[in-house]
Design a protein around this ligand. Structure first.
Ligand code: SAM
Ligand code: SF4
Length: 346
């Protein structure tokens, strides 16, 4: 290929959208920037987790380049997650670098999912970088229960973080993992607290990812049941709002706030799936619920040009499966997938 044609070819590849074999356009990338965390939530990690060696982890520059390649290929929403994204040293360098895509209009949204422990420190910087909304995971408002669920976390610190985020002008959404006999008595209190502060709340069904050292069967609580129970107390009106994620929303008539349900086990949301996930080692997962993955670190490190990277991304998107097949295996009592949520970031 002569130089001019090579340039045109590269330009075309860079602009082409990512469309999978089922016609779904990939416009949403979730990036796990670290597998580390300052909490050890019982459904997410074992207490004695072993983490990845540094050499395997992409540098912040490499993560920036990888994200930017996806933006060049039509991704319009980027979510940073982890592990805990805000414990990655120098994280604001990556956020500030990615915010240029917001200014250029290529990206509609840059956001993150966090456990809230570092929000007091970072909220103002996040707003300055153009972040408007964040998700904060919080499963209980009871300090002792919070400690039992997160093993290492402090509820006070998270609440201070949420205050700081709202004071800085961030729109906060609360994510609650529904855990049988742990926090299921608290949903009304959590909903009223969140809605009273102008925050949406989304309930998430626990997913069978990774060995966490205790029975997951005991944790599983179908949201269909939760919803039925909430209906005894509240009027839940279905609404069409989609935020680009898999949540289905209702408006709670009594509070006026939005309540979301993410139900990977009882409701299949794959048909409208527009997202893929990349880990901090540059592994691309085309589906949260399948093992198939593509290594993007090798093409990223092999050349300064992004051509190899684009080719690897194209090849991987061509293998995006139609849907996942999570099951909580009742006979074998083992996770459907070996990797932890802290690897792919949820
Ligand atoms: N550390 C951040 C946090 O907790 O928000 C970001 C990473 S965390 C893995 C992302 C989300 O996944 C959190 O809302 C967490 O509650 C959820 N999560 C973790 N393990 C899960 C599991 N097994 N099933 C369902 N949700 C899970
Ligand atoms: Fe850490 Fe988030 Fe996993 Fe909890 S859910 S252990 S805060 S990564």
């Amino acid at each position: 290929m002569d130089k001019v044609r090579a340039f045109e070819f590269h330009g075309a590849a860079a602009k082409r959208e990512l469309i999978d074999p089922f016609g779904r356009t990939i416009s949403y990338l979730r990036v796990s920037v670290t597998d580390r965390c300052d909490f050890r939530c019982v459904y997410c990690m074992a207490e004695n987790m072993s983490f990845l060696p540094k050499a395997e982890i992409l540098t912040l520059e490499e993560l920036g380049r990888l994200c930017s390649a996806f933006v060049a290929r039509g991704v319009r929403k980027l979510r940073l997650t982890g592990g805990e994204p805000l414990v990655r040293r120098g994280i604001m360098m990556l956020v500030n670098s990615l915010s240029r895509h917001l200014h250029s209009g290529e990206l509609d949204e840059l956001t993150l999912t966090t456990n809230g422990s570092q929000l007091e420190k970072y909220s103002r910087d996040l707003v300055a970088a153009g972040i408007r909304r964040i998700n904060v995971s919080l499963d209980t408002l009871d300090a002792e229960k919070f400690r039992a669920i997160t093993r290492w976390g402090s509820l006070d610190r998270v609440l201070v973080g949420i205050n700081a985020a709202q004071a800085a002008g961030l729109d906060v959404k609360i994510n609650v993992v529904a855990l049988k006999d742990v926090n299921d008595d608290e949903f009304p209190r959590l909903i009223e607290w969140a809605h009273g502060r102008g925050m949406d709340l989304t309930l998430i069904e626990v997913m069978p990812l990774g060995e966490v050292g205790e029975g997951r069967l005991g944790q599983y609580l179908p949201l269909s049941l939760v919803r039925a129970r909430l209906c005894d107390r509240y009027q839940l009106n279905d609404i069409d709002d989609r935020t680009g994620g898999p949540a289905r929303y209702v408006r709670v008539a009594e509070t006026g706030g939005r309540l979301g349900f993410i139900t990977p086990l009882t409701h299949n949301f794959c048909e409208s799936c527009n997202r893929v996930r990349v880990t901090c080692t540059g592994t691309l997962y085309m589906c949260l619920g399948q093992e198939d993955a593509a290594d993007l670190r090798k093409p990223l490190r092999a050349s300064e040009s992004d051509d190899l990277l684009y080719a690897a991304i194209d090849e991987a998107i061509g293998r995006k499966p139609k849907g996942h097949d999570f099951v909580i295996d009742r006979r074998h009592k083992r996770p459907a997938l070996a990797r932890h949520m802290s690897v792919t970031g949820g």
